[in-house]
Design a binder for this molecule. Sequence first.
Ligand code: ARG
Ligand code: ZN
Length: 878
Amino acid sequence: MKDATPRAIRLEDYAPPQWRVDTVHLDFDLDPERTRVRSRMELTRLVDGSAPLVLNGQDLGLEGLQVDGRDWPEDRRSLEPERLVLHDLPATCVVELETVLEPRANTALEGLYVSGGNFCTQCEAEGFRRITWFPDRPDVLTVYTVRLEADRATCPVLLSNGNPVETGDLPGGRHYAVWHDPFPKPSYLFALVAGDLVCQQDRFTTRSGREVDLRIYVQRHNLDRCDHAMVSLKKAMRWDEETFGREYDLDIYMIVAVDDFNMGAMENKGLNVFNSKYVLARPETATDDDFVAIEGVIAHEYFHNWSGNRVTCRDWFQLSLKEGLTVFRDQEFTADQSLRAVKRIHDVQHLRSLQFPEDAGPMAHPVRPRSYIEINNFYTMTVYEKGAEVVRMIQTLVGREGFRRGLDLYFQRHDGQAVTTEDFVRAMEDATGRDLGPFRLWYEQAGTPRLEVDGHHDAATATYRLTVRQSCPPTPDQPEKRPMHIPLRMALLDPSGRPLPLRLHGDGDGEAPPVERVLDVTEAEQTFVFQGVEAPPVPSLLRGFSAPVKLQFPYTHEDLAFLMAHDGDDFNRWEAGQQLAVKVLLAQVRALQAGEEPRLDPALEAAFARVLEDEALDAALVAEALTLPGEGYLAEQMEVVDVDAIHRARRFTRQALGRALAGRWRARHDALADSRGGDAVAMGRRRLRDLCLAYLCAPGEKEALALARSRYEQAQDMTGTMGALRALMDHPGPERDEALADFEARWRQDPLVLDKWFALQAASGAPGTRERVEALMAHPGFSLRNPNRVRALLGTFAMGNPVHFHAADGEGYRLVTEAILELDALNPQVAARLATSLVRWRRFDAARQERMRAALERIVARPGGSPDVYEVASRALA
Ligand code: ARG
Ligand code: ZN
């Protein structure tokens, strides 16, 4: 454990390294109980004078220390709990040191640990300091040579970064392997894997003719689940060449799947380590969503080879430099593999339901944060997803071609360097000539900007005035906000639904004006006057979600229905439907709060009926249009969140739509019954099929539940199985319970599938869910040591089941708080994630506020807690 009151690290305190590590040789004598690590560093002092060498370490001893082959005297070193400082070193020297680790006892899953009996590492952000004393900061780049030694019988496979150099047998049943990585890299990209693994192998020839050996390593029983990951990898490699001219640079690329992993995956140079959830899939065990997620994460980690590894971050405040950019790249990749509009809708839903709340709460921070206690807490939706939106806005401002030129310049200029978000923006400016001066505020200012837009048509002058006002709410440490540079993509639709030519006051008379424009909103208030507008238009605003903002425009129900029918922008057609649904649902929330009976809004019913009958529209888009906004997004629209009323309103509307359009749901469901194939179109059809089933089942009538039950029995794949189970989950009774029991019996031995079983139950809206979650914590398959299991049961309950988590009796909070405290002693990173479920306590009514605050105080007050959890809870209380 770290010191009592953890200290904050500040961006303004950044100082460049005073020593360079020219090479490092690491030698691992692997043993699950006692692993010996020898490190040999060649060092050069970069500054004049006698700057000491500062090495980081955590929970490390020091078994030996030599400089240039001789023991280093005690009085010229100081060994602190987390630092080893060496004084009076020669300006160039060789430092050798030795540490001993206990991988099996490592439950934090940072540094070197054991998963499924195999050794693996996780070093980002600061796990390397749990392996050996080292300048563990991303701006120290070094060439690594790694020697691994282990039992041949239990560890036939020995892997590290770069290229294999040598292998051989040793006495006593041991063997060894040596790996060399020619690319200098920061310590967070180091990895080793050793164990009893098998691999699926393939090849890839790069554009310039390099032959790359591709390998996916898994435990033997998972070998039949690697095809999709391999296909995805090859697609990603080709796509990055074609789209961004980026080619792979080593002769071998390895992916290893492990069952115990704190996050999704890790881009270690040449040796990605993955949460098995993002590798393993067969149609019988993984849903369509799993397949899509795997393709996306495989691509994400691969893309890091350039955006992250070849060009890395100077310090951890710059994390979005690699993460925002790489998320943007993987979003574009997925959009190119599927329906672009559907991908955009999913990304925006994700941003709005998770990042917007983060940006409006006590953990709000800029895309480039200014301070942190535990960097692991800043692998956030803001750094990743909002960071990707910032990159996307740059592309909007400089254009696709300009963006490509900017990225080329960025990679060319900074290859092999550790740089900042400022370097990225400057490359974009230099390559395109576009001034991004004020745009930089997106990196520095937290909070989601609001755009209030109003339109006024003047028939006499045939003009339309669009007035745009922007503001940004206060966030921690940032009470006052400056106006941002917001790209507002828009069009004006005439009464027949056609886009009008957009001639702005001040445009020349030359070329024909475009029918879509990107307005540069830069002031607190701005007016745009469009000429030649004969009749009152309906504006289509923020097309494709051109900026991560909350937009308000006084649309009527009729305007929204009109946009749903006519907007030429697929995203905005969907968005119009969502806005209509939000209005309707919030009206029902108010009715419920006033003790009135809610009623189904005829405009919503009519809109749903029209979409449901539109056979010309892609099934995937139909499914998105017919999905009501989530409870979390609705909660964001309320002053004081009323979880019960939101849940009831949404349930009422689903039931009412299920009844009112029963014949149509059934017809569409049956027409889609046979939807096979792994392509995006087939996936869209299955999604719509299962959505129809869910609406049919929403009212809870016997016939529909029997249909779901038989769909469960006949399901050909996990997508169908889960579709049927989800439709049953809110309806306690024999159909549901038998299906759940059958599922458990069938998949008990399969961790990734069993996670689905836990998550289904934790997400249920049915009464008794909290008791059930508590009972499941005692299930033989549950363990606090496995992050996927914790996320499936407790994460789903705390973040995905607002009515039960926020139950008025406080039992949901109690359950989660106790789990956080217990988990903190094992795995602080995962415990801190779970603790974020409590941070927005100020959004609720007084009684809930009181209970949540008490829970946070209990967490902060506990002696010996981790800095990870402390930081989350103390920020929430500040
Ligand atoms: N760089 C990894 C990714 O983007 C995330 C690893 C973060 N891990 C951590 N423990 N903070 O895919
Ligand atoms: Zn990443």
